[in-house]
Design a protein around this ligand. Structure first.
Ligand code: DUR
Ligand code: ZN
Length: 132
C-alpha cells in the first residue's frame, strides 16, 4: 500500500462526512499491519462541541475492532480546503495516546501533501507516563 493509495482511501472516507453545519468534509483512514484499512469521517452535531473529527472516528473504529497502537502502520487525513489541514488539538491528544510516536501521519488536501508524526505535531505531551 503506497502513501498515495492510502490517501485515496481517506478521500473515499471523506464522502461519508456528515457536515450539515460547517460543510467542511474531512476523511481519515488507519492502515493496519495486517493490511486492513479502517476509515472515518467527521460527524457533526447540532450541539457543536460533540462533533467528532475524522481522524478520531477512524482511530476509535480501529480500537473498537480490537486493534492497538502497535498494529497501526500509518494514518492518512485529508480535507478539501484551500489550506492543508493538520489535526486539531483534541485529535493530537487522542493520537498521542492511541498511536506510536513515530508512526507516519500523511496529510493532503489534494494539492499539497505533508508527512509527519505525532511526536512532531505534539511535542512535550501529557501522556500515560504522567498519570501512572
Ligand atoms: O482535525 C480536524 C479538524 C476539524 N475537523 C472537522 C470538525 C468539523 O466537522 C469540521 C470543521 O471544524 O472539520 C476534522 O474532522 N479534523
Ligand atoms: Zn480534531
Amino acid at each position: 500500500m503506497t502513501k498515495e493509495e492510502l490517501l485515496q482511501h481517506a478521500f473515499e472516507a471523506m464522502e461519508h462526512a456528515y457536515v450539515p453545519y460547517s460543510h467542511y468534509r474531512v476523511g481519515a483512514c488507519v492502515l493496519l499491519r495486517d493490511g486492513v484499512i479502517v476509515k472515518g469521517a467527521n460527524i457533526e452535531n447540532a450541539s457543536f462541541g460533540l462533533t467528532n473529527c475524522a481522524e478520531r472516528s477512524a482511530l476509535f473504529a480501529a480500537y473498537s475492532a480490537g486493534y492497538r497502537k502497535q498494529d497501526i502502520k500509518a494514518l492518512a487525513i485529508v480535507s478539501e480546503g484551500a489550506y492543508l489541514a493538520a489535526p486539531c488539538g483534541a485529535c493530537r491528544q487522542v493520537i498521542v495516546e492511541l498511536m506510536e510516536e513515530d508512526t507516519p501521519i500523511y496529510l493532503s488536501n489534494g494539492k499539497e501533501e505533508v508527512s509527519t508524526t505525532i511526536k512532531e505535531l505534539l511535542p512535550m505531551s501529557f501522556t500515560e507516563k504522567d498519570v501512572l
